[in-house]
Design a protein around this ligand. Structure first.
Ligand code: IYR
Length: 223
């Protein structure tokens, strides 16, 4: 071995096939209860919880382990209001001309519009930034690899952690999102990737009646 390695020790026990089938079924049932929420309670979520879920996201695999991401966690009411205002201005344009007919048709069942009150109601907004390159100590550019794939995986970890805790989120992508770099004063190697309000669901929250694709639709077996 050319470099230092150490013995892998996974922090979970191995299960028999029977146990694995049962466990995976239960896991699937639970994951199928996860929904994107647009109605949040304003109940507080401790900062330490947000820190832990962001470290879970940051534990994701990434190209050359560069971890090409940075997170902004916002609970400040003034900043949330500023982000809402800027997001709604962009979304207004999107819903009034930028999105084509097919897109608007596809969104009908979600009952969405340009208004985004959840950006103020949710106790936290997480903005995920991708680092298109790494900034060296002297400001020099260093390469990152598979940035979109890596940051997408980290967001998956984040969304799953939120669900595991009984909290909810929405993968929100106001478009364009450049305003987030300005409001949050991010360096030039970062680009906004995803915005996620995080909190508890509102007591009267509703979700659209949508289904996930079946096994036959998404899996091809080659045995
Ligand atoms: N960004 C807009 C529109 C929108 C786009 C898609 I694709 C969605 O799945 C949902 C909404 C909005 O957030 O309303």
């Amino acid at each position: 071995m050319s470099n230092k390695h150490f013995k892998f020790q996974q922090n979970v026990q191995s299960f028999t096939s029977v146990d694995l089938i049962k466990k995976s079924k239960n896991l699937l049932s639970d994951k199928l209860t996860r929904r994107s929420l647009r109605f949040f309670s304003d109940d507080a979520v401790p900062k330490e919880v947000i820190e832990n879920i962001l470290l879970i996201a940051s534990s994701a695999p990434s190209g050359a382990n560069k971890q090409p991401w940075n997170f902004c966690a916002i609970s400040n009411a003034k900043l949330k209001a500023e982000i809402r205002k800027a997001a709604e201005e962009e979304e207004y344009e999107s819903y009034h001309g930028r999105m084509n007919k097919e897109w608007l048709e596809d969104l009908k069942k979600f009952d969405t519009n340009w208004q985004k009150p959840f950006l103020e109601t949710a106790p936290w907004i997480i903005v995920v930034f991708k680092e298109i390159y790494e900034m060296g100590a002297e400001g020099e550019k260093k390469q990152n690899y598979y940035v979109n794939e890596s940051v997408g995986i980290a967001c998956g970890f984040l969304i799953n952690a939120i669900h595991e805790l009984g909290l909810v989120t929405l993968t929100h992508t106001p478009s364009p999102m450049n305003f987030l770099s300005e409001i949050l004063n991010r360096p030039k190697n970062e680009r906004p990737f995803l915005l996620l309000p995080v909190g508890y669901p509102a007591a009267d929250a509703t979700v659209p009646d949508i289904k996930k694709k079946t096994s036959e639709e998404v899996i091809n077996w080659f045995e």
